[in-house]
Design a protein around this ligand. Structure first.
Ligand SMILES: Nc1ncnc2c1ncn2[C@@H]1O[C@H](COP(=O)(O)OP(=O)(O)OP(=O)(O)O)[C@@H](O)[C@H]1O
Length: 313
């Protein structure tokens, strides 16, 4: 569904050249749900804009939904949907009429556009709001309308830029339910950016991480966490001196009386570690194990946290 090779985009800023995206290779199979993650300025939006034909690449190629983005941008646009961060509905028409107008813009007959609008209103639980103006909808309802607008022409592939950002936790969960439902119903391939690592971890089948314009990790969240981050053991001791010794024994780090170690399998390693500490006369007051997060993956790869800059956790 997406095949990109050496995709690169440079921007000239005064006399300097900023390479926003640097030689990306990417293949996404039909029907997948892929989360595209990275810190601010990593190159996510620029990649999305190239794949959706909004921005020409400086070099490299991309075939999206069967068409080359450079040679046949109209062909690409006919087969993809794009839900940006800004609301795409206008203010003048009622919700259902917005959808019908969008369908007409894509060349559907009025009858087809109306049938499709009704199908999407139903799928996205917008039926009770069909006769309201978009300006009167809540943030979550508006986001659902944006998704419906992106789907009006039955695209094979839907790009979503931060679909859940700015919504309260309940609306975020609700948007995800709808995203999963539309995938089940239409088999649409979904490629989305998100700052919410937990959502990417729980929902996406595949996670692609970009940093400095380059893809630095690509795989299932489970595989990335197992291969690149590993589990954690955290213990506390009675004194800071004991913590320092326990950290040395376990090859970990001590902060005050807390010791943290990274191990491949924490549940298996913890009993041995506790026995060793006991043998060295160290009194452990608490012990716990934790599975890694996608942030641990990013930290292992770059030495930085994905949540360092103003990204919500
Ligand atoms: N039109 C432009 N002119 C100059 N530089 C740009 C332009 N668009 C993007 N950049 C730069 O390219 C880099 C990548 O930006 P991009 O918007 O793709 O990042 P992002 O990962 O989407 O970030 P965010 O999460 O903050 O939206 C950044 O350094 C940005 O400043």
């Amino acid at each position: 569904m997406i095949h990109a090779r050496g995709l690169t985009r440079e921007f000239k800023v005064k006399k300097e050249t900023v390479t926003a995206v640097h030689g990306i290779d990417l293949d996404v199979e039909a029907g997948r749900l892929v989360a595209f993650l990275g810190p601010n300025g990593a190159g996510k939006s620029t990649t999305l804009r190239m794949l959706t034909t909004l921005l020409p690449p400086t070099s490299g190629t991309a075939t999206v939904a069967g068409h080359d983005v450079g040679q046949n941008p109209a062909g690409v646009r006919a087969r993809i949907g794009y839900v940006g961060q800004k609301n795409s509905a206008g203010e003048n028409f009622l919700v259902r009429d917005e959808l019908i107008t969008q369908g007409r813009c894509y060349g559907l007959s009025t009858r087809d556009a109306a049938a499709r609008a009704d199908e999407l209103l139903d799928l996205l639980d917008l039926v009770p709001l069909a006769r309201r103006k978009p300006g009167t909808l809540s943030g979550g309802q508006r986001r659902r309308l944006d998704i419906a607008l992106g789907l009006i022409h039955r695209p094979d592939l839907l790009f979503l830029d931060e679909p859940s950002t700015g919504l309260d936790p309940k609306s975020r969960a609700d948007i995800w339910q709808h995203i999963l439902r539309l995938r089940e119903t239409f088999g649409t391939t979904l490629f989305l950016t998100t700052h919410y690592l937990e959502e990417a971890d729980n929902m996406a089948e595949r996670v692609v991480i970009i940093d400095g314009g380059k893809i630095i990790a690509d795989g299932t969240a489970e595989r990335l966490k197992n291969d690149l981050a590993g589990d954690h053991i955290t213990i506390t001791t009675s004194t800071e001196q004991e913590a320092a010794t326990a950290a040395r024994i376990g090859n970990g780090t001590a902060t005050g009386t807390t010791v943290r170690l990274q191990v491949p399998n924490a549940a298996a390693a913890l009993p041995d570690y506790l026995r060793t500490l006991d043998g060295s006369g160290i009194r452990v007051t608490t012990a716990e194990t934790a599975r890694p997060t996608l942030d641990d993956v990013f930290l292992a790869l770059t030495g930085r946290s994905l949540t360092d800059d103003d990204i919500p956790a």
